[in-house]
Design a protein around this ligand. Structure first.
Ligand SMILES: [Zn+2]
Length: 232
């Protein structure tokens, strides 16, 4: 099977498309202003919005659901999220407040870029489909769900062997959006950061060689190597 991983966005906020012969699975949904960027990236790969079979969210935070409600409402695309983040994706519970030591210029760049890309216009998702730990979704690339509570209760890793990738959402970042520092770390604002190390242990030994966070560049290497970098 032909399978391709397409990165949409940048190191501030990225979503990804897995394109196979069966269509496209979108992993996360960026910011509301990313519609044209998404369309352009799909077109460059010979695909279109009508090829999107589903959106799978690593978690329900606003900087990951940007174009999801638009895709659902206008293109009939189902949006999948872990049951413990469904209320957050629907906008029924508040997301964590940023904490920790901000470095103002980097944090400001993140916030300004976010605003420019429509972060203040984010629309909650009116209807979601829920999944659980261990589910394998019937979507292009057969995304496999591994629960990673910590950043949020329903944070997950999404394994897509077809493209040799493991999407870790905000459990780990390779670039701290609030400090601008490129480093492997647990995300700067998390509900229960103390849970994340135990959650990450669940990923040990997975064979995928492309570890993809929601913020920051892809990590080229195994998850065990990534966890080693995190420990240092
Ligand atoms: Zn995020």
């Amino acid at each position: 099977m032909n399978a391709q991983l397409i990165r949409i966005g940048d190191d501030l906020v990225a979503m990804h498309a897995v394109a196979t012969d069966e269509g496209v699975t979108l992993i996360d949904a960026g910011l509301p202003g990313d519609r044209r960027t998404l369309e352009r990236a799909l077109r460059a790969a010979g695909r279109g919005l009508s090829d999107i079979r589903g959106v799978v969210l690593t978690h329900g935070d606003s900087d990951h659901i940007g174009v999801a409600e638009w895709l659902r409402a206008t293109h009939g695309v189902a949006v999948h999220v872990h049951e413990d983040d469904a209320a957050r994706a629907r906008g029924e519970v508040k997301s964590h407040a940023p904490g920790g030591a901000w470095k103002l210029p980097a944090a400001a760049r993140f916030l300004f870029a976010g605003v420019r890309r429509g972060a203040l216009r984010t629309r909650s998702i009116r209807e979601v489909r829920v999944f659980r730990d261990g589910d394998v979704l019937d979507l292009p690339g057969r995304p496999e769900i591994i629960a990673l509570p910590g950043h949020s209760p329903g944070s997950v890793a999404i394994r897509v062997p077809a493209v040799d990738a493991l999407f870790v959402g905000d459990a780990i970042t390779t670039r701290n959006v609030l400090t601008g520092v490129s480093t492997v770390a647990i995300a700067p604002f998390s509900d229960a950061p103390e849970q994340t190390p135990d959650s990450l242990e669940r990923l040990r030994g997975l064979p995928e060689r492309r570890i993809v966070p929601g913020h920051g560049p892809e990590f080229h290497g195994s998850v065990d190597e990534l966890l080693g970098a995190l420990a240092r």
